[in-house]
Design a protein around this ligand. Structure first.
Ligand code: ZN
Length: 301
């Protein structure tokens, strides 16, 4: 997947737009003025006709009872040691966010793919399995690949698997469950399939916060993640400081690992869904990996 474009291909003026006044006009559920509403700022990108990139920050208010948080592939172990380390580093902050969202009434859906055996027979697994199948206009797929009708190639070349370690790790599938630092509580669901969407429909969920890994792969392609949630018409937002990429900085566009992640976040903001940060829901700054010397991840433009 050679990809020389990306943020550098969009070189030019970056327009930073402040808080838009008319959130209601966007079709996002913004009419709910109850104090119990989940409120955050959504960052998105567009290409105005006069060139450059326009960055919008828009206030969003969602009804927590119509909102789900999807935790994508936060496994106990990855074949890449660096990826495993970064998931462990991110997990406590994600757990804090999930506790806060749960407290506000958001449905938490844990989606550690390929490890459903571990959860067999648990109430959380049974909750997802019990959701009535929905006949969707666009079929939910096991994987939704890059959609050339909607997006160009990803701005990073992950064709080598994206391991940033030296020497590179041997690929495999060592995951057995979700990382233990993320609590799975009463009322949560566990699934790795279209059941997630069926459960959302059963609950009247129209809004989805997606977090987890990896932003250039499963966070886009899985049946419960961004491309398919957007395709099904869900209001979808990526939690951009609680994700990571599989990107090797020795591959194009030869930027740091964290900058590679940020480029994919920008791709998503432009072609698929806005993003937000955990700091919109929790005290403290957005999460940052220790190896991130810059403010790329979660940084505010
Ligand atoms: Zn590795």
């Amino acid at each position: 997947m050679p990809s020389q474009r990306g943020a550098t291909g969009l070189a030019g003026r970056i327009v930073c737009v402040g808080i838009a006044a008319a959130a209601v006009s966007t079709g996002w559920a913004a009419a709910d003025e109850e104090e119990s509403a989940l409120s955050f700022t959504a960052r998105s990108r567009s290409a105005p006709e006069d060139g450059g990139v326009r960055v919008d920050h828009e206030p969003v208010r969602w009804d927590p009872s119509k909102t789900a948080a999807v935790v994508c592939d936060m496994w106990d172990a990855h074949w890449c040691e660096g990826a495993t380390r970064r998931v462990a580093e991110m997990a406590p902050r994600m757990n804090d966010l999930l506790h806060e969202l749960r407290r506000q009434g958001v449905l938490i859906i844990h989606a550690p793919s390929d490890t459903m055996d571990y959860y067999d027979g648990t109430p959380q697994r049974q909750l997802a399995q019990a959701a009535p199948v929905v006949d969707t206009e666009v079929p939910l797929q096991g994987w939704m690949s890059l959609d050339p009708e909607r997006e160009p190639a990803l701005p990073i070349d992950d064709s080598d698997g994206g391991c940033d370690c030296e020497p590179q790790c041997e690929q495999g599938g060592p995951w057995t469950r979700q990382i233990a630092e993320i609590d799975i509580e009463e009322g949560d669901a566990v699934t790795d399939s279209a059941e997630a969407y069926y459960l959302m429909r059963e609950r009247g969920v129209e809004n989805v916060l997606v977090m987890g890994v990896h932003v250039n792969m499963c966070v886009l392609g899985r049946p419960f993640s961004i491309r398919q949630m957007v395709t099904q018409g869900q209001n979808t937002v990526l939690v951009r400081d609680l994700t990571d990429s599989m990107y090797n900085s020795r591959m194009p566009p030869y930027v740091s690992h964290v900058e590679g992640t940020e480029l994919v976040v920008e791709h998503i903001e432009k072609y698929w869904a806005p993003s937000t940060v955990s700091a919109d829901f929790l005290d403290g700054p957005p999460f940052q990996f220790a190896e991130d010397g810059s403010s790329a991840a979660g940084g505010a433009l």
